[in-house]
Ligand binder design. Structure first.
Ligand code: NAD
Length: 328
C-alpha cells in the first residue's frame, strides 16, 4: 500500500517507518500536521497514518476521500480527533491501536503524582541555583490515603494496582465497568462521592461527548480541598479554566497533567524560540502548584514498539481484507 505518515517525529523514522517498509509498503513521511491545508498531499495514497494532534474533522475527511484515501491508521489509542461518522460516510476505514502499554501511561501518572506531591521539579530547580533549603517542599505520605480512579479500563486498572501497592485505599468510578471485571479490593462509587473522599484523583476515561469537561466548576466544588488531580487521559476531560480558578480559591491543592485541551497550539513542537499563542496554557503554567508534561505518557520504548507492530498489522489486515478488532 502507498502510505503517507503525517506529524512524523524522529522516533517514527526510527521505529514505525522501518516496520511499515519492512512489511512491503511504500511509505512517505511529512512532519506537517494533517489539516485542511495539508490533506491534499494525500492524493494518490491508499492510507494515512495519523497522530493525536492531526485534524480529522469532517471537512478534512472529505478532502482525504476525494484524494483516494481508504484507510486512516491512527497510531494511538484515543480517536477523539477523528470524526468517525464522517469517515464512515466517506467509506474510509479507521484503525487504531487500543492497547500498547497501559503500564507506560499508568507509570507516568504515578511519576506526575510523586513529582507534584514531593515538589521534585521545584526542588531540582532550587538546588541547581544553590538553594538547598526545604521551605515549601513538604508533601504527604501516599500510604493510607484514598485515591480515586476515574475510568478503570486498561490504564486505570494498572494505576489502581500501583496505588494499592503504595498502601492507598482505592476508590473507582466507571459507570460502564461490568461487576465481573471490577478491580478486587476497590470500592466503586459515584463521581461526586469519590471526589469528596479522595486525596488523589486520577483520570483514565476516554474523551467522549459525555466526558468533555467532566471535571468542571460544579464538580471541583465537591473536591476535598487537599486533593491533587492527575490527568493523563485527554485535556478536554478537564475544564482548564475551572481548574485554575479552583487552585486559586483553594478548592484543589494541586494539578498535574500530561495533556491539555488545546494541545494543537504547541504540543509535539519545540516552541522555545517562536513561542505559542494560548493565554490559558500560559496561565496554567504560571500556577505554582501545577506540573505539566507534553503528552509523553505513552513515550516508552516498549509502547512505541507495540504501536509500530500494531499499526503494521492494522495496515496488513486492511490490505488483505481481513477483519480486525482495531477497526472502528
Ligand atoms: P480503556 O478503553 O481500556 O478504558 C477506559 C475506561 O473508561 C473504560 O473502562 C470505560 O468504561 C471508562 N469510562 C467511559 N466513560 C466513563 C465515564 N463517563 N466516567 C468514568 N469512566 C468512564 O482505555 P485505556 O487504554 O485505559 O485509556 C484511557 C484513556 O487514556 C484513552 O482513552 C486516552 O484518551 C488516554 N491515553 C493517554 C495517553 C497519553 O500518552 N497521555 C496514552 C494512551 C491513552
Amino acid at each position: 500500500m502507498k502510505i503517507l505518515l503525517f506529524s512524523t517525529a524522529r522516533y517514527d523514522l526510527d521505529m514505525l517507518v522501518p516496520a511499515l517498509t519492512g512489511a512491503g509498503h511504500e511509505v512517505q513521511t511529512t512532519t506537517q500536521r494533517l489539516d485542511q491545508h495539508t490533506a491534499e498531499h494525500a492524493r494518490g495514497f491508499d492510507a494515512v497514518v495519523t497522530f493525536v494532534c492531526d485534524d480529522l474533522s469532517a471537512a478534512v475527511i472529505t478532502v482525504l476521500a476525494k484524494a483516494g484515501v481508504k484507510l486512516i491508521a491512527q497510531r494511538a489509542a484515543g480517536v477523539d480527533n477523528i470524526d468517525i461518522e464522517a469517515a464512515q460516510r466517506a467509506n474510509i476505514r479507521i484503525a487504531r491501536v487500543p492497547a500498547y502499554s497501559p503500564h507506560a501511561v499508568a507509570e507516568h501518572a504515578v511519576a506526575l503524582l510523586l513529582a507534584l506531591n514531593r515538589h521534585v521539579h521545584a526542588a531540582h530547580q532550587r538546588v541547581l541555583r544553590g538553594d538547598f533549603s526545604l521551605q515549601g517542599l513538604m508533601g504527604f505520605d501516599l500510604y493510607g490515603k484514598t485515591a480515586l480512579v476515574v475510568g478503570t479500563g486498561r490504564i486505570g486498572q494498572v494505576f489502581a494496582r500501583i496505588m494499592q501497592g503504595f498502601g492507598c485505599e482505592v476508590l473507582a468510578h466507571d459507570p460502564f465497568m461490568p461487576e465481573s471485571l471490577r478491580i478486587p479490593q476497590v470500592e466503586y462509587t459515584d463521581l461526586a462521592d469519590g471526589v469528596a473522599r479522595a486525596r488523589i484523583v486520577s483520570l483514565h476515561c476516554p474523551l467522549l461527548p459525555e466526558t468533555r469537561h467532566i471535571v468542571n466548576k460544579a464538580l471541583l466544588e465537591k473536591f476535598n480541598a487537599n486533593a491533587v488531580l492527575i490527568n493523563t487521559s485527554r485535556g478536554a476531560v478537564v475544564d482548564t479554566a475551572a481548574v485554575i480558578q479552583a487552585l486559586r480559591q483553594g478548592q484543589l491543592a494541586a494539578y498535574a497533567a500530561d495533556v491539555y485541551e488545546n494541545e494543537a497550539c504547541a504540543f509535539f513542537r519545540d516552541c522555545s524560540e517562536c513561542g505559542y499563542d494560548d493565554p490559558l496554557l500560559k496561565e496554567l503554567l504560571h500556577m505554582p502548584n501545577v506540573l505539566l508534561t507534553p503528552h509523553q505518557a505513552f513515550f516508552t520504548r516498549e509502547a512505541l514498539e507495540a504501536i509500530a507492530a500494531a499499526t503494521v498489522q492494522n495496515v496488513q489486515h486492511f490490505a488483505t481484507g481481513q477483519h480486525s478488532e482495531n477497526f472502528l
